[in-house]
Design a protein around this ligand. Structure first.
Ligand SMILES: C[S@@+](CC[C@H](N)C(=O)[O-])C[C@H]1O[C@@H](n2cnc3c(N)ncnc32)[C@H](O)[C@@H]1O
Length: 224
């Protein structure tokens, strides 16, 4: 189990550009979104505030296994449950969500330094998709936030495994999210941050490849 080392001030939070990218894609895939969930949410204050600002009066619920994270989020008035992303009883609390962002730790101690490969991520993307789509019959969108080293071979493997269990699952879109800042707004050269694979049972199986934020110009979200 990888959780944050609270003795070090290096917790990897999502940069603001990638959050804006998620919002613009959500507007495209799900214009009438009402309920957003984030699993392995960490400190999700920024996402929570931006989703509510940009997507209207949505409801939001997070889940993390680390009680300190829950305490922090609750202090920010965020609805947040403490539990394991692979616990079916816990995940029943999220079946009403239109979209689930699944953001497991992508580095040791979630510090953004020692990055993990796709097949090292725990809880794994396949275990999570299987639990939600196959065991719990969830029928909404799931964005799997994958490490930037994820290959199309990894994504194809994941797709083949999950469609072998439920052939209704599709991949409408794969997003390469770039940014020139950290989650704490320190500026650096533009880098690929995440490869985000959007799964759905209600969209076409388009495998559309989208790259946002490749230049240092303002992100889609901030242009609007
Ligand atoms: C990198 S952080 C989350 C970052 C956040 N998703 C974002 O995009 O800003 C990963 C979080 O996953 C949590 N975590 C690790 N294993 C978990 C599990 N099995 N179930 C729920 N949360 C878990 C950790 O406590 C940590 O807060």
């Amino acid at each position: 189990m990888r959780t944050v080392n609270h003795d070090r001030n290096s917790f990897a939070k999502t940069n603001i550009d990638s959050i804006h990218h998620r919002i613009s894609i959500l507007r495209q895939l799900l214009p009438k979104v009402n309920t957003v969930a984030e699993i392995c949410c960490g400190d999700c204050k920024r996402q929570y505030e931006l989703y509510r600002k940009e997507l209207g009066d949505i409801s939001y619920r997070g889940l993390d296994i680390d009680p300190q994270m829950i305490k922090k989020n609750k202090a920010n008035q965020i609805d947040c449950i403490c539990g394991n992303a692979l616990d079916a009883q816990v995940m029943k609390n999220f079946l009403h969500a239109d979209v689930i962002f699944f953001g497991p730790p992508l580095s040791d101690h979630c510090d953004g330094h020692t990055l993990l490969q796709f097949n090292e991520v725990n809880p794994s993307f396949l275990d999570f998709l299987r639990l939600m789509y196959v065991d719990l019959k969830y029928d909404g969108l799931i964005n799997c936030i994958c490490p930037r080293s994820t290959s199309l071979g990894d994504i194809t493997w994941l797709y083949n495994e999950i469609t072998g269990l439920d052939k209704e699952v599709k991949v409408p879109l794969i997003h390469y999210s770039h940014s020139n800042r950290t989650g704490n707004d320190e500026i650096h050269e533009t880098r690929l941050k995440y490869i985000e694979v959007w799964f759905s049972k209600k969209h076409e199986n388009n495998w559309e490849i989208l790259k946002l934020g490749e230049t240092d110009s303002p992100s889609l979200g901030t242009q609007e």
